[in-house]
Design a protein around this ligand. Sequence first.
Ligand code: NAD
Ligand code: UFG
Length: 338
Amino acid sequence: MKVLVTGGAGYIGSHTCLELLQAGHEVVVVDNLRNADRQALTRVMELAGRELAFYQFDLRDEEQLARVFYAHRMDSVIHFAGLKAVGESVSIPLEYYANNLGCTLALCRQMAAHGVHDVIFSSSATVYEQGNRMPLREEARLGCTNPYGWTKFMGEQILRDAAAADSRLSVVLLRYFNPIGAHPSGRIGEDPAGIPNNLLPYITQTALGRLERLTVHGDDYDTPDGTGVRDYIHVVDLAQGHLKALDYAAAHRGAVAINLGTGQGYSVLDILHAFEKVNRVKVPYVVGPRRPGDIATVYADPGLARELLGWQARLGIEDMCRDAWRWQKNNPQGYRGA
Ligand code: NAD
Ligand code: UFG
């Protein structure tokens, strides 16, 4: 297949491009590099031993996007492009709506104009309303607590409505849980700008000595050890889920939402201790207050992905911790140090 990957230079996008190339697909990336580095794609091509086509521009620029669709007969699209920082979305909400919804609308219009009907969309477990029973099934109640989450909720709705209006469309809305880890080569990985907000990059940068200590955001939740429980999924498993979703999209029409998680919850301390054990490093930490907006426990029911896509996560928490550390250790400054 020839696949347009928007946001393909980013964390999940780069891992997915590698899996696509290794599976023999042709890959065309559009990314404005707002939150990514060209190095990621160079390394993807090195690892795969194959080339991909890369265009650097804002996906909302429909003239340039139309040129890409003219230049390549695309079979399908994987749409990662978007801004993703929850806290930042609260400070600059209009920028989040404009960017994330603008990208999705531009893409839908150009797909329609060029007769491309299959799209996989990066959604998030954050679209589920707080207060649902765990594990989360796809039909659980939806509702968000921040602008980023609403852009995912609305992105899903835009694509569902587009599919309802055009029976040729095939839309797979993938709701990711907590992607962590890196490619086992240690060549590509997560490279957040500034001080990380998410747990794993914070742990790896603390282990490196770049940050003094991890703050555990609350240990008084109603969980086995009092710290927050999440469904962490290895980014390579997640990337492979997209290849399965492409096959599913090619064989079906209409819109469907599917969780990509492991179904297994781990606490902050579980992750911290697993990381220290498999990597034989110390990660100093203190317990602080709860982080506003966090909830105690989130994990997926991954049954639908197994049933519809024939996909399930294979890699465990040790793999995730080992691979995240290999990437960080080999690239202490991320791609910037290259
Ligand atoms: P990322 O920031 O590494 O990748 C997103 C990419 O999109 C970046 O390379 C960025 O430069 C690009 N981009 C942003 N706006 C663009 C625009 N207007 N035009 C062109 N390119 C643009 O993030 P990621 O972690 O790889 O996430 C990929 C997708 O998955 C995002 O849509 C994100 O919201 C979603 N998601 C991520 C997580 C997570 O925890 N990482 C969880 C759930 C969903
Ligand atoms: N945590 C800490 N200290 C830190 C960072 C995180 O204790 O320095 C804890 C959090 O309180 C939470 C857990 O680690 O209990 C995971 O936090 P992350 O910030 O890594 O991830 P979240 O579950 O908060 O959110 C992530 C993405 C969202 C996405 C969501 C989907 O950041 O974009 O997963 O479930 F929507």
